[in-house]
Design a protein around this ligand. Structure first.
Ligand code: ARG
Length: 287
């Protein structure tokens, strides 16, 4: 992996990082005690101290890149709370709350909404099941919205009305890629669709959705099954630096070829719960 300050070759396009604000949750109570996705095996042991150490590296990486990182207190008995991407969807200082699919995670919805309220966000209680930024991705001015396993498509309509932005529904078909953020990485989340680009795994989508992606993002990075299978797409970009899974070496090379700066982190312990870099990160867009 290249460090931010050691990239010497001229990138094909000049990529511009922008400072972000993120919400994260320390995995103090992380374990795998139930199974709500194919990655989770409650019979296998987990190591909370290791999860904490790996998570800390991700936190430190964001801070070293100059981003603002906010923290929500973890709650005992909610082992998946570390996956803060599912806690809501925030644009224009409006926080659309999450309403979880499975009872095991349901208490997280109100906990995240309380945090948003206490931190000055305009909170909207959701009417439909949705798992926040796990299934809603802002790409330029467009919101890509996933359904098939978790968020209901009715929540897509709700989000379109709430933010007055175009929402594009995409159908996920592989249970291992159950949230949209496991199948698509947003690389250039700047305003203006002309500047926007993504990376994705074609086989995670039905034919109709795939045609939409091919049509809208002809320059997208197509990642390999191998990289996607360790949740390599579950990454965070600031427009230049892309924090990815360390083992996603093909994706790392593809990013570098396009002038991005991939930064690898190892979240193997959190992968046992079915989450990676992006799952542990919720973007707080104040405007
Ligand atoms: N165990 C969690 C679940 O299945 C993992 C969530 C991963 N989050 C994400 N944004 N993809 O709900």
């Amino acid at each position: 992996m290249t460090n931010i300050d050691t990239l010497t070759q001229a990138p094909e396009t000049s990529r511009v990082p922008t400072t972000r604000s993120y919400l994260m949750c320390r995995p103090e109570h992380f374990t795998v005690s139930y199974k709500i996705n194919p990655w989770m095996e409650p019979a296998n042991p987990t190591d909370t101290a290791k999860a904490l150490a790996q998570w800390q590296v991700l936190y430190d990486t964001f801070v070293s890149l100059g981003h603002d990182v906010q923290l929500i207190d973890p709650i005992e008995g909610l082992p998946d709370m570390v996956y803060s991407a599912n806690g809501g969807f925030v644009i224009d200082n409006i926080a659309y709350g999450a309403s979880f699919t499975f009872p095991e995670r349901m208490p997280e919805g109100p906990a995240y909404m309380d945090w948003f309220r206490e931190h000055g966000f305009d909170v909207r209680v959701p009417e439909n099941i949705n798992e926040g930024e796990g299934d809603f991705l802002l790409v330029g001015d467009t919101i890509l919205a996933g359904t098939g396993f978790r968020s209901e498509s009715k929540s897509h309509t709700e989000v379109a009305e709430l933010y007055g932005r175009e929402v594009v529904t995409l159908n996920l078909i592989n249970p291992s890629f159950y949230h949209l953020d496991t199948a698509i990485a947003v690389l250039d989340p700047l305003t203006g669709d002309a500047n926007a680009n993504i990376a994705y795994l074609p086989s995670a989508f039905d034919t109709k959705s795939l045609l939409i992606l091919q049509d809208r993002y002809p320059d997208a990075i197509i990642v390999s099954e191998e990289d996607a299978s360790i949740l390599g797409l579950n990454s965070i970009s600031d427009g230049y630096n892309v924090v990815i899974a360390k083992r996603a070496v093909g994706f790392e090379r593809q990013l570098r070829e396009r002038g991005y700066n991939p930064i690898g982190v190892d979240l193997s312990e959190l992968l046992l719960g079915g989450g990676g870099v992006k799952c542990c990160t919720l973007e707080l867009r104040k405007s």
